[in-house]
Design a protein around this ligand. Sequence first.
Ligand code: GLN
Length: 529
Amino acid sequence: MPKWIIVSGGVLSGLGKGIVSASIGRILSQNYKVVPVKCDGYLNVDPGTMNPIEHGEVFVLSDGGEVDMDFGHYERFMNINCNFNWNLTSGKIFRSVINKERRGEYLGQTVQIVPHVINEIKLQLKNISEKENADIMLVEIGGTIGDIENMIFYEAVRQLKLDYGRQNTMYIHLTYVPELKSVGEQKTKPTQQSTDLLQQAGIQPDIIIGRSEKILSKKSKKKIALFCNLEVNEVFSNPNINNVYELPLIFEKEGLTKIISKKLNLKLKPLSKWSKIVNKMNSPEHTVNIAICGKYTKLQDSYVSIIEALTHAGAWLAAKVNIDWVETTNIEKNPELLKKIKKYDGVIVPGGFGTRGAEGKVQVIEMLRQNNIPFLGLCYGLQLAVVEYARNVCGLEKANSTEVDSDTPHPVVFIMPEQKNKTQKGASMRLGDHLALINKKSKVANMYKATKVYERHRHRYEVNPLYHQILQSKGLKFSGMCPDKELVEYIELPEHKFFIATQSHPELKSRLERPSPLFTGFLRACISN
Ligand code: GLN
């Protein structure tokens, strides 16, 4: 029988519940098979159709599933590959219940939230645990306790304790402990009130974690313990930290491992390898300044995997990576900005959609190519590098992607034929892992140390095969191709210090314990720049 750990949140969103769950997952996965599940209250079936500015990055899994960005944290901390069905959304649950109702599976009954929707959630959780043969199911509930939309999930996880036994279930509640500057004191009332809401839903937390600016004082811990029915050693701190990968170590130091082991009767090993990597991160030997030139730069959550991939590569190369964000629409208005970008050790042009800021990206890429400054292009970054090369090296005036200009005389990037007639939105792009065959004599092969590479994808457009020949004859090297179709997966300029782009999103597979070869290669070039 699996053990169940439920992570809920209180007071406000954005406290880093995903990172807390991932950190707990890291501790547990030292010697158990842990399966993380995220429950999201929204009615979208998956977050693929949501705006990244509102919801943060859409994370893409190897199986092609578009899921909540917390899966990125789970994979990066726990070094595992997650599955699409581990993200339960109200949309998925209701769709499933309504389909069953139409098929007549509830004939004669009035189909209701209780018990049908709740049972559906429990059934899906059980199916995951059995299919994965999980030792521990780590279930994170999105939002904060009290949100109407999440109450179905709270009711379902409340019942888990009755179904699986109290010795096999535990509830961890993450709250916010503000510190009022005027009084200089940590305030526990919001934690008391949100725990009260949780208790009203029938759940007594076994552990409370207080998100706060500094470590929780003894006094705050005592107060929280007294008013929330806990022992003092069941209250933990989650202070502000510069390096999120330290959090599992902080939890371990505060005794979280011991409490979980005792409560669930587990044997947990200390985090020795993890602690070595984190120590290395905290004593860097180099500093690298990187600019990310894109469109969603206001909310950095929309590019979180890129930031993390740089962090991982930095950890392995003992480099501290400073990142500046450049909104490319500003470059279009003021090309002088390009001079500033010239000063960076390297530049990333990340993925993106639509026309806004695209010309600015093309200008940045041109400047990087001409000045031998390291450039890494990701997805849209590859497509716009091809546009730039077509215009400025191949002499194809006004060449463009049809995503930007549908009337371009040279559609060097165009919509994939199989995408043309798709009318349904959601899960309709080219998604997930796809194989690329890498040219043995390329920089890309050298970095991956392999000629067969799987990376994750999320796109509708591709380099137009009609232009492959001219691009290559003018010196753009296609260093990786998709085997069954004529899709360009990697490009590079052999003479340039580092001018490499990929149609994929290698940032999605980067982990602290296994950084992305492309990011490591890019940073290495930036360090020597
Ligand atoms: N908009 C481009 C496409 O759909 C690139 C997508 C991306 O960068 N993820 O192909």
